[in-house]
Design a protein. Sequence first.
Lengths: 364, 364
Amino acid sequence: MRFAPLPAGLPATVPFIGPEELERRRGVPFAARLGANESAFGPSPLAARAMREAVGQVWKYGDAPSHELTHALADHHRVAPGNILVGEGIDGLLGNLVRLMVAPGDAVVTSDGAYPTFNYHVAGFGGVLHKVPYRDDAEDPEALLERAHATGARLIYLANPDNPMGSWHEGPVIEAMLDRLPPDCLLVLDEAYAEFAPAAAVPRIAADDPRVIRMRTFSKAYGLAGARIGYAMGAPELIAGFARIRNHFGVNRIAQAGALAALADPGWLAHVVAEVAAARDRIAAIAAANGLTALPSATNFVALDTGRDGDHARALIAALAGEGVFARMPGTAPLDRCIRISAAPIHELDVLEDALPRAMDRAG
Amino acid sequence: MRFAPLPAGLPATVPFIGPEELERRRGVPFAARLGANESAFGPSPLAARAMREAVGQVWKYGDAPSHELTHALADHHRVAPGNILVGEGIDGLLGNLVRLMVAPGDAVVTSDGAYPTFNYHVAGFGGVLHKVPYRDDAEDPEALLERAHATGARLIYLANPDNPMGSWHEGPVIEAMLDRLPPDCLLVLDEAYAEFAPAAAVPRIAADDPRVIRMRTFSKAYGLAGARIGYAMGAPELIAGFARIRNHFGVNRIAQAGALAALADPGWLAHVVAEVAAARDRIAAIAAANGLTALPSATNFVALDTGRDGDHARALIAALAGEGVFARMPGTAPLDRCIRISAAPIHELDVLEDALPRAMDRAG
């Protein structure tokens, strides 16, 4: 089979293993699903109702510009509809963004251990990825900027708050980065976890600022991961550029209805954010009782420092899986001394509390 | 805004206008939605129920390999799971296929007037599109093969049955094409409408044949256009290649549940196919009463020959829109002497029957 040269040079292996696949390999379902930063608190009941109702219209293609949702998001963020692009989740939007901005051989800068799906897209379109280390368990704006200048990067990826560590920068730190970007370099600000973060962690950036694109999602705080819907915010010229390449009828119609209803229920969002904050405290307490240290988190997960190395953390993840707990961990040192536990309702954290001591014993 | 050179050279205009967008421009909804070959007969009630139930799990990401659905499709087609790839509708699968096979400058062959979204993807990845004319309102295998040899094409696109004309070739015609493909040229066989076609129009091709990839969808006969789910069938090595580039968690979880349930309800599929056949007859009768000639169709739409030219047909489409009927038409001569009407339930065809004489008058 002769693929085009670019994909022919890409790894043939499947890069990401989801919990269902792990369950099939184990032969038993997990008792607690704490690995994918999903929201087991679920979506707003109003969003769930809107989705069930939208099933009656699913024989129709979705509205290509997601008109109603785009306008509702523009109102929500007090920007113009031309600043918003609804897409098939941040994963899909990142793929389109890389395709739009990065030619084969172009430099792209990210942090070593940051979101792997972004790296997958950069490799997939022939970009050359440069990674800088985290600093104090946070992405390092200075190092990112320095490397971007040194390489003439087209994109800098920065998640704020960060996945997988849960750390964050204050808004002004991000704002200050914009003035120091190399020419023709765009800051990709992944704000998937923004709804969980303190207000001070969300930078104030003019909607039409052409130096940054912000990515938001309904997968996390809004509880709609399976619906595959998110959005980008940026300058109109950049947002309009996606129309050259995107799959115009790619957004699920039921997801459009669900997202619209979810956005209109701020009470549910506040409820989830409060539940997540309580769950983070509970995870930290469970961790402390087992000799692990919870790192501060502005997300719906907590990184737990084992105080040891990646081999130990990997053994602990495997032992947790053996106890029926699906969790994940950072992929690179020194972050990989930690395991990552998603916030979840009481029952699933009860499972964690019960399982962790045995998993710790087994991991040695 | 500096895009990468390839997208920078693509048209900035939005290529496709959906019915909701036309309704917003008109300021009134359409009374009959007969332009997008959707199935207003809807999905199986079992599929609808499965989707409403799946809303309860939508906080989880979908299963990346769509394991259950892939296995059910493999059973359905009596092939191996490795022959099947579930994706975000044929539009999404075609985009990934072009990306996997076509490098910038590579030749691709299609028919002049065939599915524009395929052409959009070819342009989007820098392929050079070569178009051959239809012959007797059908795609022309001889001309496609000849042009592919002349250009060293990597892909030949052929829809069977064809959109927008509704014509089809017998299976052996397609099968015979495979032996005459140029080296390293893949036949892209778009079978979006296969469920409506006579059995003789579906070629018999070994599942592992590396010379062809078949595209199927739940958008048409299964009534799930808004769910964005379809699949490709081909040789395992080709199917596995998609794992290098696809958005692994891109398929909506509710869509996975709906497609699985739809596939398990052949009775509903048979019902829809029968309703569509009756609707085609009714459309032909309405056309005849207005001096238009229905072309034979193996799809869920009918091309109506106005006996005049593209300008007239375009005027007729505009006049129908003015009467509340959303319809479309082929984009190039001589196909554009026709308008295209989707099969639909009785009420919507009543609207057509009522509106068409006035639209004919208005179009002159």
